[in-house]
Design a protein around this ligand. Structure first.
Ligand SMILES: Cc1cc2nc3c(=O)[nH]c(=O)nc-3n(C[C@H](O)[C@H](O)[C@H](O)COP(=O)(O)OP(=O)(O)OC[C@H]3O[C@@H](n4cnc5c(N)ncnc54)[C@H](O)[C@@H]3O)c2cc1C
Length: 391
C-alpha cells in the first residue's frame, strides 16, 4: 500500500513526490505514461551527444528566491539570459520590440524619448482592452503588430489575435531602451547538467518508486494507494463528462547539422514566413562545446499532446465545471498545468507544488513518529562524476 500515488513525473509530480517522501517519510509511487521522467522539461543527449529538449526549449527564469533555492538542492546552474530574434522583412531583429528593433527595421536613429513619441503617434486608441490584438495595437500600432505578432499568433494558435484573450500577448513587453533580454526576472539560469539530471536527483529517495510507460487509467485499480496527486488533464480524469477541454499542440522536428553554429541566438522566431514558428539552437542554452549543432523546429498543430490551454472565456467556463468536481473529490490533489488548465511557467508550477505540499501538511497530520531514511546529498555522490555529455 502506497501512501501516495502520483500521476505525472513533471515538475508538479516530482516536487510533491520529493516533499512527501523526504519531509513526511511517506511511501510514494510516481507513474508517467511517457517513457521518461521530467514531463515537458525532459532533455536528453541525442545520437551525437548534444543535449536537446525533447519538447521544445525550456528556459528557467524566476523572481522567487524560494523556488530557486528549492531547486538548487538538486542542481548546479549555468548563468544564461535568453535572447530572441525575429525574422522580419529579411532582417533578424530583437523581440520583444525595443529601440534597436525599430531603428534597424526602418533605418532610423531614434533615441529612447523619440521612440516613445514614435509609438504614441502609431498606437491605436482602444477603450476596453480585451483581445491579444487590442494589447499590441494600443501599444505599438498596427504595422508592428502585423509584422511581429499577427502571423506568429495565427500560426501558434490557429486563431486570429482578435479572437484570443489579452493574456496571450500581454506577457510580451515593449521597450524603448536597448534591453534585448527576453525575460526580466532576477534569477535566469539553466540547470548545469540538464533538467533530466535534476529530476533524477529530486526523485532519488528510498521512499520513492517510479514507473514510466504507465497510464493511470490502466493501473488505477491495481495499485493500492491511500491518496492521489493527479497532474494529468483534468477532463480526462472525469472521463470528459462535460466535453473535451481544447488544447493547442506542437510537432517538433529535431535536426543535427554538421556545422558548429546555425544562428546568432538560441531562438529565432518566424512570424511571417514558413510553417514553423521558431527554431531553437540548444548550444546557446547549454554552453556545450561541440563541432556539430542541434536544432528544433516547432510546428503548431491542432492534434497531438496537450501543450497550451486555449485561452478563451468559454474554455475557462468549461474548466470551472471540472474544477467544481475536483474540489468535491476527496483524497485527490489536482496540481500542475494540465490539472489546472492554465499555461504556467516551470517556476510557477514549482511554487504551486510547494504550496500544495504546505496545504497537505496543514490538512493531514503525519501519523505516528516517522523518521525519514537519510539519503546522500547528490553533491557527495560518486555518480556526480559520471554525468554524461560535455555540458
Ligand atoms: C513548448 C513549450 C515550451 C515551454 N517553455 C518554457 C520555458 O521556456 N520556461 C518555463 O518556465 N516554462 C516553459 N514551458 C512550460 C513548462 O513546460 C511547464 O510549466 C511544466 O512542464 C509544467 O509541469 P507539470 O508537471 O505541470 O506538467 P508536465 O511537465 O506536462 O507533466 C505532466 C506529466 O503527466 C503525465 N501524465 C498525464 N496524464 C497521465 C496519465 N493518465 N497517466 C500517467 N501519466 C500522465 C504526462 O505524460 C506528463 O509527463 C513550456 C511549455 C511548452 C509546451
Amino acid at each position: 500500500m502506497y501512501d501516495w500515488l502520483i500521476v505525472g513525473a513533471g515538475f508538479a509530480g516530482s516536487v510533491l513526490a520529493e516533499r512527501l517522501a523526504s519531509q513526511r517519510n511517506e511511501r510514494v509511487l510516481v507513474i508517467d505514461r511517457r517513457a521518461h521522467i521530467g514531463g515537458n522539461a525532459y532533455d536528453r543527449h541525442n545520437d551525437c551527444g548534444l543535449l536537446i529538449h525533447q519538447y521544445g526549449p525550456h528556459i528557467f527564469h524566476t523572481n522567487s528566491k524560494q523556488v530557486f533555492d528549492y531547486l538548487s538542492q538538486f542542481t548546479d546552474w549555468r548563468s544564461y539570459e535568453h535572447r530572441v530574434l525575429a525574422e522580419v522583412d529579411g532582417q533578424l531583429l530583437p523581440i520583444p520590440i525595443n529601440l534597436d528593433t525599430v531603428n534597424k527595421l526602418y533605418a532610423l536613429d531614434l533615441t529612447s524619448e523619440e521612440l516613445e513619441d514614435w509609438f504614441a503617434v502609431r498606437a491605436e486608441k482602444v477603450d476596453d482592452i480585451r483581445t491579444s490584438e487590442d494589447v499590441v495595437v494600443s501599444k505599438v500600432g498596427r504595422e508592428l503588430y502585423e509584422k511581429f505578432f499577427r502571423g506568429y499568433t495565427r500560426k501558434q494558435w490557429g486563431l486570429d489575435p482578435s479572437e484570443l484573450d489579452k493574456s496571450v500577448t500581454a506577457r510580451v513587453p515593449t521597450r524603448t531602451n536597448r534591453d534585448d533580454r527576453y525575460f526580466g526576472d532576477e534569477y535566469q539560469f539553466m540547470p548545469k547538467c540538464g533538467y533530466t539530471r535534476m529530476f533524477e536527483r529530486m526523485l532519488d529517495h528510498p521512499n520513492i518508486n517510479i514507473m514510466v510507460q504507465t497510464d493511470y487509467r490502466r493501473v488505477k485499480d491495481a495499485i493500492p494507494h491511500r491518496r492521489l496527486v493527479y497532474t494529468g488533464p483534468i477532463d480526462e480524469f472525469f472521463d470528459y463528462r462535460f466535453g473535451k477541454l481544447p488544447y493547442r499542440s506542437l510537432h517538433f522536428r529535431h535536426v543535427t547539422l554538421d556545422q558548429e553554429w546555425h544562428q546568432p541566438v538560441a531562438v529565432v522566431n518566424y512570424p511571417l514566413t514558413h510553417d514553423y514558428t521558431r527554431v531553437t539552437e540548444y548550444k546557446h542554452l547549454t554552453g556545450q562545446p561541440h563541432p556539430r549543432t542541434a536544432l528544433t523546429y516547432e510546428f503548431p498543430s491542432s492534434t497531438g499532446d496537450p501543450y497550451y490551454p486555449v485561452p478563451k472565456a468559454e474554455n475557462q467556463e468549461l474548466f470551472k465545471k471540472y474544477e467544481r468536481l475536483a474540489l468535491a473529490t476527496p483524497n485527490v490533489w489536482f496540481v500542475g498545468r494540465l490539472a489546472t488548465y492554465r499555461y504556467y511557467n516551470m517556476d510557477q508550477i514549482v511554487g504551486q507544488a510547494l504550496a500544495t505540499f504546505r496545504r497537505i501538511n496543514g490538512a493531514l497530520p503525519v501519523e505516528g513518529k516517522r523518521k525519514a531514511p537519510s539519503r546522500p546529498s547528490w553533491g557527495d555522490r560518486e555518480d556526480r562524476a559520471l554525468i554524461p555529455g560535455p555540458v
